[in-house]
Design a protein around this ligand. Structure first.
Ligand code: FAD
Length: 383
C-alpha cells in the first residue's frame, strides 16, 4: 500500500476513536499501513472508552476465548511503555469475587477455568474474605475467589499513546467529523460520506462501539450488538476504607467496587437501551445504595461526588466480532467488545491490522471463529 496521501482519500478509514479504533490505527501503522484516517464524531474516548471502570482483569473472564485474548493483551500492556513510550497506567489492585450459596458452583467452575489458563487463583471461605476485606459483611456469603494480578489501567494514556505513535507514522485523526454513510458500488466500498464531505477509500473499519449497528445499516447489514447501560458512581474521599483494598465483584448482587483516588468507584447495571445518550444513575441509585450498604455498612457514611452512564456493546455470545464482512467487500468489523474492550484493546487492534495486512489473523490463527459469519451460518458459539 502507498504512503502517499491526499486530503480526501486514504487506504483505510477507521470509524471511531475509542480504544479499539486507536489500537487498530496504531497496529496498522506498525505493519507499514499508515495512509489511514481515523474519524471521530466527537472527541477521542468520548464514547464508551472514557466511561469504563478501567480494569485489566483475567478474573473477569467467563470463557476460554476471553481469557486467551486478555492474557495476550496482558503481556502487551506490561510492555506498553517500552513499545509506545508512555505508561498504560497499570496499578495492581487484586480482584475479589464473592458469592452466596446459589453462586458457589459457578464460582468453582470459573476458578477451574482460570487455573487451566495458569492464572493463580485462591478459593476463599467467608472468614478468608474478611481477611482481604475486613469492612465487609459476609454472613450471607458462601465462597470467594481472589487473584492478585488484576489492576486498573489509564484509558486516556492508552488511546492517546496509540494515536501518537500512529500519527508519527502518518495516520490522520479527524475529530468532530461524523461518518454519515458508506459509498458503495457493485458490492464494494468506495468511500465514506462524512460531515466534512466524501472521503474515498477501499477499506473501512467499523470501530464505532455502541454505534456499530448504525454503520452496519448503511450497508444493509444487521450487526448483532446488544447495547447495555451501566452506571459508575464515585464517592468523595472515604478514609474509613483503606485505598489498598482490592476490586470486589459481588456476583450475586450485580455490583462492583474498588478504590478510586481517596474514595471508591462503584459500578452497576445491565440495562438494555436503544438511545446512547441515556443517564440511568438516578434510576439505579436506590438499588445501588441498598446493595452497597448491605455489603459494606460503613458506606452509609459515604457521599457521592459524581456519576456517569456508559454503554457496553455486548453480543449474543459475549464475544467480539472481528474481521471482514462477507459483503460489501472492503468493510471490516472490530466491534462488540462489551465489558472487556479496554483490557483486550491490544489484541483487538493487532488482529484487525493482521486481517488487512495479511488477509488473516495471525496472533491467534483460529480467531476466524470470531468473524460475523458465526451469527449468519446458524452456528452460535465459536468454542
Ligand atoms: C460502566 C462501564 C464499565 C466498563 N469497565 C470496563 C473495564 O473495567 N475493563 C474493560 O476492559 N472494559 C470495560 N468496559 C468496556 C469498555 O469500555 C468497552 O469495551 C470499550 O471502551 C469499547 O471501545 P470501542 O472503541 O469499541 O467503543 P467506544 O469507546 O464507544 O468508541 C467508539 C467511538 O466511535 C465514535 N463514533 C461512533 N459513530 C461514529 C460516526 N458515525 N462517525 C464518527 N465517529 C463515530 C464514537 O464517538 C466513539 O468515540 C466498561 C464499559 C462500561 C460502560
Amino acid at each position: 500500500m502507498t504512503k502517499h496521501t491526499t486530503p480526501n482519500t486514504a487506504d483505510v478509514i477507521i470509524i471511531g476513536a475509542g480504544v479499539i479504533g486507536c489500537s487498530t490505527a496504531y497496529h496498522l501503522a506498525r505493519l507499514g499501513i499508515s495512509d489511514v484516517i481515523v474519524l471521530e464524531q466527537e472527541e477521542v474516548g468520548s464514547g464508551t472508552s472514557g466511561k469504563s471502570a478501567a480494569m485489566l482483569s483475567p478474573h473477569s473472564c467467563d470463557d476460554d476465548w476471553s481469557l486467551r485474548l486478555v492474557r495476550h493483551s496482558w503481556t502487551r500492556y506490561m510492555e506498553f511503555e517500552d513499545e509506545i513510550g508512555v505508561p498504560c497506567g497499570f496499578r495492581r489492585t487484586g480482584w475479589l469475587s464473592i458469592a452466596d450459596a446459589a453462586g458457589a458452583q459457578e464460582m468453582e467452575r470459573k476458578t477451574g477455568l482460570l487455573k487451566r489458563h495458569s492464572v493463580p487463583v485462591e478459593l476463599l471461605s467467608p472468614d478468608d474474605i474478611r481477611r482481604y476485606y475486613p469492612e465487609m459483611r459476609t454472613e450471607d456469603l458462601a465462597i470467594g475467589a481472589y487473584t492478585s494480578e488484576d489492576g486498573t489501567l489509564d484509558p486516556h494514556s492508552i488511546m492517546w499513546g496509540y494515536l501518537a505513535r500512529a500519527r508519527e507514522r502518518g495516520v490522520r485523526l479527524l475529530r468532530g467529523v461524523r461518518a454519515m454513510g458508506l459509498r458503495l458500488r457493485q458490492g464494494r466500498v468506495e468511500g465514506v460520506e462524512t460531515t466534512a464531505g466524501l472521503l474515498t477509500t477501499r477499506l473501512v473499519v467499523n470501530a464505532a462501539g455502541p454505534w456499530a449497528p448504525e454503520v452496519g445499516r448503511w450497508a444493509g447489514i444487521d450487526i448483532p450488538i446488544l447495547n447495555r447501560a451501566r452506571c459508575i458512581w464515585v464517592t468523595g474521599p472515604f478514609p474509613l476504607i483503606p485505598s489498598d483494598r482490592p476490586f470486589v465483584d459481588d456476583v450475586g448482587r450485580g455490583w462492583y467496587f474498588r478504590p478510586e483516588g481517596p474514595g471508591l468507584l462503584i459500578g452497576m447495571g445491565v440495562v438494555p437501551v436503544n438511545q446512547l445518550d441515556v443517564d440511568i444513575s438516578r434510576q439505579l441509585l436506590p438499588e445501588m445504595i441498598e446493595v452497597a450498604t448491605h455489603r459494606v455498612p460503613l458506606l452509609e457514611q459515604a457521599s457521592i461526588l459524581t456519576s456517569w452512564t456508559g454503554i457496553r456493546p455486548l453480543t449474543p455470545d459475549g464475544l467480539p466480532i472481528i474481521g471482514p464482512m462477507p459483503s460489501p467487500e472492503g468493510l471490516l468489523l472490530n466491534v462488540g467488545w462489551g465489558g472487556m474492550g479496554l483490557m483486550q484493546a491490544p489484541v483487538a487492534g493487532q488482529l484487525l491490522a493482521e486481517y488487512i495486512a495479511f488477509g488473516r489473523p495471525m496472533a491467534f490463527e483460529d480467531a476466524i471463529a470470531l468473524e460475523i459469519r458465526r451469527f449468519c451460518d446458524g452456528q452460535n458459539s465459536p468454542d
